[in-house]
Design a protein. Structure first.
Length: 141
């Protein structure tokens, strides 16, 4: 589970909910934004040790929506409802991740929805193998 895989899964969930009529960007666009569109980005990520080789990962994502007409509250409210449902569960590397703390905030004529996803990563440890072992034993008579 890495940030790139989660970004792709969030983008896929948005596409499945809205279809071809919307552009989905994963990089900042400075010029030429084609509304209506979505911007998917990672806001933060954390990693902590859970058990041994197992690490807990949390990633918080933002999905921003830019409506056809800036400030169209009916369109923004409709998209908010659809995004809340679409981001509830995503599939990453064949595993389902449940979104938590999913919130939506309309502001400045657009919509921002955030969601956090938790998962675990197993790291392989290098094992050094012994070259040879010699033992000496003696028995008492």
């Amino acid at each position: 589970m890495n940030v790139g895989a989660i970004t792709s899964a969030v983008s896929t969930a948005v596409y499945n909910a809205f279809g071809d009529g919307y552009e989905i960007y994963t990089d900042r666009v400075t010029q030429g934004l084609h509304e209506p569109c979505f911007l998917v980005s990672c806001l933060s990520g954390t990693r902590g040790v859970d058990l041994g080789r197992r690490y807990a990962r949390t990633a918080q994502f933002s999905v921003q929506y830019f409506p056809r007409v800036e400030g169209d509250s009916a369109e923004i409210n409709d998209v908010l409802e659809r995004l809340l449902e679409a981001l509830e569960t995503i599939e990453v590397d064949g595993r389902l991740l449940h979104g938590k703390d999913i919130t939506g905030t309309p502001h400045d004529g657009m919509l921002t929805v955030t969601a956090s996803y938790d998962g675990f990563v197993l790291h392989e440890e290098e094992q050094t193998e012994m070259q040879s072992v010699t033992t000496q034993t003696s028995a008492k008579e």
